[in-house]
Design a protein around this ligand. Structure first.
Ligand SMILES: NC(=O)c1ccc[n+]([C@@H]2O[C@H](COP(=O)([O-])OP(=O)(O)OC[C@H]3O[C@@H](n4cnc5c(N)ncnc54)[C@H](OP(=O)(O)O)[C@@H]3O)[C@@H](O)[C@H]2O)c1
Length: 257
């Protein structure tokens, strides 16, 4: 199987290494910035290019791993050279259908995890959300996902777009709340480690049961006086105050503060 990766960012690096380590070697790297393509390709000992026309004519699977906003333009640029390859992107927030006008065989291969170059992914814990326009290609993508990971789900465009929204709440927004908590402690010379056990407990409980059932805190209890006091303590930071108020009212719509 000849696999080509378009892009040389975080996903391209991690995915290409994992595929190779599982006996699914990537045959070519193509990326917009020549040095980026070269660096990744050299580490894999494969050819590289920064021109769509250089795409291997007998590629079986082309993975578009570029910034979400660039996927459509990249698809258009590679369309004349893809022949009968299966072409997938790796984006949670982009419909697979954006590839439909350009390729006969297309789909999505979305690993639902936050990747950074500094951290080695734990592949057995990464859910792969796959979909393709043909059943045959869905089976192929599922098989590959099972080879490099463990958790595989078929998720269509509509489901994946909302899954991505949910992931923003569970990951990005939760992390923003951690960052605000860290800043609040910093202002009073307190170490963030003070909150680590609480954060761990919160996550452990949310994983064990429905987080809605696990909700605690002054808003949940209806302790309006405590909530008012907290809002006053945040008077110097109207943005955090607003987040606190919105979330408290969302947790308990009957709360009057
Ligand atoms: N990182 C994650 O945690 C994660 C998780 C799941 C899915 N994804 C998805 O995977 C895809 C790639 O994400 P990433 O994190 O690997 O991104 P990244 O590290 O920021 O790398 C972005 C890549 O996009 C290329 N690119 C940017 N603008 C371009 C343009 N106008 N034309 C052509 N290529 C362009 C860059 O090419 P050059 O470097 O050659 O300039 C680079 O290789 C995205 O669709 C993202 O949603 C990411």
């Amino acid at each position: 199987m000849k696999i080509v990766i378009i892009g040389a960012g975080r996903i391209a690096w991690h995915l290409s290494k994992r595929l190779k380590s599982k006996g699914l070697p990537v045959a070519q790297i193509i990326s917009r910035t020549a040095e980026h393509a070269e660096a990744l390709a050299e580490s894999l000992h494969v050819p590289w290019s920064d021109f769509p026309a250089d795409l291997l004519p007998d590629a079986d699977w082309v993975i578009i791993a570029v910034r979400d906003d660039a996927i459509e333009a990249v698809a258009e640029a590679f369309a004349p050279y893809a022949n009968n390859a299966l072409v997938t992107h790796t984006s949670g927030g982009t419909a697979g259908a954006v590839l439909a006008p350009h390729f006969q065989r297309y789909g999505v291969f979305y690993p639902l995890q936050s990747f950074s170059l500094e951290h080695t992914p734990i592949w057995s814990k990464i859910p792969f959300c796959v979909d393709a326009q043909s059943e045959e290609d869905v089976l192929l993508l599922k098989k590959i996902a099972k080879t490099i990971g463990n958790l595989v789900y078929r998720v269509n465009d509509e489901q994946r777009s909302l899954l991505h929204v949910a992931a923003v709440f569970a990951n990005n927004f939760a992390n923003r709340c951690f960052a605000i908590a860290e800043k609040i402690l910093e202002e009073k010379d307190l170490p963030f480690e003070l909150l680590h056990p609480l954060m761990e407990e919160t996550l452990a409980k949310a994983l064990q049961d429905s987080p809605a059932r696990m909700q605690t805190g002054p808003a949940m209890r209806g302790d309006a006086e405590t909530v008012r006091r907290h809002l006053n303590l945040l008077a110097n930071n109207p943005e955090w105050r607003e987040i606190y108020r919105e979330l408290s009212e969302n947790i308990n719509p009957d709360l009057k503060v």
